[in-house]
Design a protein around this ligand. Sequence first.
Ligand SMILES: [Ca+2]
Length: 512
Amino acid sequence: MSKIIMFLVFLASSLVSSAVEKPNIILILVDDMGYSDIGCYGGEIETPNLDVLAANGMRYSQMYNTSKCTTTRSSLLMGRYVTGRTYVANYLEGPTIGEVLKSVGYRTLWSGKNHSSILPPERGFDRFYGFQGGACNFWNPGPTLQDGGIFPHIKAYEWMVNDKWLKTYTPEDPNYYMTDEITKNALKWLDEYEKEDKPYFLYLAYNTPHWPLHAPDKDIAKYKGKYDAGYQKIRNARYKRMVDMGIVDPVVAPLFPEEISDWNSLSKEERMLEAQRMEIHAAMVDNMDQNIGRIIEKVKAQGEFENTLIVFLVDNGASHERTDRAHHTYKHTGKEKMGGVMSYECIGKNWARVANAPFAKHKTTSHEGGVCTPMVVHWPKGISGKNIWNHSPSHLVDFVPTFAELTGAKYPTGIKKLEGVSLVPGFSQKSLATRKVPIGFNFGGGKGVRLENWKLVSFKKGDWELYNLSNDRTETKNLAQEMPEKVQEMKKLYEGWIANTSRGLPQRKRKE
Ligand SMILES: [Ca+2]
C-alpha cells in the first residue's frame, strides 16, 4: 500500500458524525504584503471588506509565516515546518490539509498560486485553478500575447484551467486580470456546489501584491498622489495611526529605526517613479480587498456567512527585491507603461520597509518584518466577541491542528507528530496554555527561534541577536552580549527544532 493511500485509510477511519454543523473554511493567503498595508492594521490603503471582518472578528498581532512563498505554502499544506532553501517539502510525511479535510466530508477547492511541488488534484483537492510557480504577469501569464506577439514574459508556468493542465496559459480574454480570475473560479465552484450537503474548504491563494506591479487603471487612480510625501513621512504616518488605533504600544514597540533612503535626495523624476510604484502596490491590495468582498457577498447570498470561518493572512513580509524586468531576453525600452502588461516593476527595499512598519527588515529574513503577518479571522458562529486582538504567538503550522479540532478529523498516528497547536481555544478568548513548543524560522540567510517572549534571530553572517519581545516587540534592543547563557539556551532550542524540520528532497515533476 502506498504511503499516501495509507494516510487516507487512517483518515477515513476517523470520519465522525457530529451534531454540530461543521463550518465552511475559507483560507485566504496573499503574497508579499506588508504587516501594516491593510486598513485594520494601520495602513492608508483602503480595505473596507477586511476591516469589517476585523471589526466583527479577531486580529492576531503575533502570527508567523516562514518569510518566503515556497516554504510558507509547503508548511501550510502539510502542517509541518518546511525550511531552508530547498523549496520542496517531504510530502510523504503525512496528509495535506486538503486530505485531512476531505476525510471528514469536506469539498476541497483551491484557486490561485501553488508553488509547492505537489499537484493539488492528486493530494486532496477536488478542484484547482491556478499555476504551479511563484509569480506571473497578472495581465497574461503566458509566453505570447493574445495575437501571438512576443512580450516580456516571466517563466511560463503550468496552469490548471477548467480542470485541464496546460503547459502555458495565454488567456483568450484581452481584459484578463489574474486576481479577478482567481475569485471568479472560486465563485463558480461555490455556485456549482451550493446545493451539495457538504461543508467546503476554499483555499484562495492570491498572487497579489507580489512583483510585478500590475493593477487596473481605475484602482491605481484612487491612489494618485497619495505617496508623493515619500518613504519617511508615509512610514511615520502609518506608525502614528497604529499607535492611535491601539495596534502598537509606543513604549513596547517603537518604530524600528530602519535605514531608508532620504526622499529629498532623489531627483524629481525618481520621486515620481517611486511614488507611482507604491500607488500600484496600494491598488493591488485595494483590488484584492474588492475581490474578497465578492467572495463575502456570495457566502452571504448563500446563507452561509454565519458558519463560515474566514482566515486572511500573508505568506511573508513585503519584498526588498529590486527587479524591473522579465526573466528573459526581451529588450526593455524604458517606455513601457508602469502597471501594464509590458512592465515588471516592484516596490523595492525602501517601500518594503514602509509596508512592514513598525518592524525590522523584510521578506526572507527571520526578523519580525519578514515573518510576522497580519491575520484576520472571522466566524460569527465560532468566535465569541467582536473586534478582538489575539496576542498569542502562533504559526501557520497551527492550521492543520486547528482545522482538525474544528471538524473532528483525526490526524494519523504512527507518523511524526504535528508541530503546531490548535488555535481553537483562542476563538472563545480562552488564553492558550503557554505554548511549550518553540516557533522556529529558517529560510535562506534568516534563522531564528521563539519561545514565550524570547526570540533568538540572525541574518546571513550576522551574530545571534536576542530579544525579549514582551518589552521590545520591534527588536530594537539586542540583549545577546548581556545574556550569553540565554543565547546558549535558545541556540540549543533552535538546533533541536531545525534538526526535526523537513528539508531537501528533489523536486518532483508532473508526469505527462
Ligand atoms: Ca511571497
